[in-house]
Design a protein around this ligand. Structure first.
Ligand SMILES: Nc1ncnc2c1ncn2[C@@H]1O[C@H](COP(=O)(O)OP(=O)(O)OP(=O)(O)O)[C@@H](O)[C@H]1O
Ligand SMILES: [Mg+2]
Length: 239
């Protein structure tokens, strides 16, 4: 099966101090994985390394077999990758919501009426049609996240890199997002500190530590059972 992302033994230093090392990860075509870990462990930095925004000290990163060492290396594969930034304010490309969402399509030369129709469809899917004419910087935190996500989804990337997609979302919206991401037939890497959220979407969960990625149990996909009067549980294991 073809590989969307291949990371081999990378390490990253921040201000001369090692943040993490020995990170290896393979994401196959249409595979969904999540990377979890506490604040400051390097989740966002890892995504930035994948798209060439953060230099790696050792190892290699390949996106669709293109070696990524710097931002320029990312350009040839950029159209295949949708990157949802942790801070939505950094994501917007136009001041009005509907223009922002349509931006990527217009840059690709898709005609205005088709871009408009696809924008309306995405707004509708995410139930945010009422935001179409709003100024992006006036939106609430959760609304910003949804508009940014719409901008990622509309480009129909082959691989989605989602940095904390649930931050700022209320419970109903989290459930909706879970459903959307479950139904998307693409490669997805979700970075989150919310294990419960990612458990219902991805097949494999990794925890990031200074020494590498550790594979975690996924309660939803592994054998859950009871014994000795204990509530339903799985036994954690690492690979
Ligand atoms: N450009 C930078 N300059 C200085 N320090 C940085 C830079 N980028 C990241 N760091 C530091 O690297 C560490 C990892 O940051 P990162 O944003 O990757 O963490 P994270 O796991 O995404 O955390 P969170 O869950 O809070 O989003 C933090 O201590 C952060 O302060
Ligand atoms: Mg982060």
């Amino acid at each position: 099966m073809s590989c969307s992302l291949n990371i081999k033994n990378i390490s990253v230093d921040i201000d001369g101090i090692e943040l993490f090392k020995n990170i290896s990860l393979n994401v196959l075509h249409k595979e969904k994985i999540a990377i979890i870990g506490p604040n400051g462990c390097g989740k966002t930095t890892l995504l930035e390394s994948i798209v060439g925004l953060c230099p790696i000290k050792e190892g290699s990163v390949e996106l669709f077999h293109q070696k990524i060492g710097c931002a320029d290396d990312f350009k040839p594969v950029r159209h295949m990758v949708g990157y949802l930034l942790q801070d939505s304010d950094n994501q917007f490309l136009a001041p009005i919501v509907e223009d922002d969402i349509a931006f990527t399509l217009l840059v690709r030369g898709i005609d205005k009426s088709e871009a408009k129709a696809r924008t309306n469809a995405i707004l509708n899917d995410l139930e945010i049609s009422h935001l179409a004419k709003k100024v992006v910087y006036h939106l609430s935190g959760g609304e910003k996240k949804l508009v940014a996500l719409a901008g990622v989804l509309i480009a129909e990337p082959k691989l989605m890199l989602l940095d904390e997609p649930t931050s700022g979302l209320d419970f109903e919206m989290q459930l909706k997002l879970t459903k959307i991401l479950k139904n998307i037939d693409k490669s997805i890497v979700i970075v989150s500190h919310d294990k419960e959220f990612v458990e219902s979407i991805v097949d494999t969960i990794y925890k990031i530590s200074p020494d590498g990625l550790k594979r975690m149990s996924n309660f939803k996909t592994e054998y859950a059972h009871t014994h000795d009067g204990l509530p339903l549980h799985t036994h954690p294991h690492e690979h």
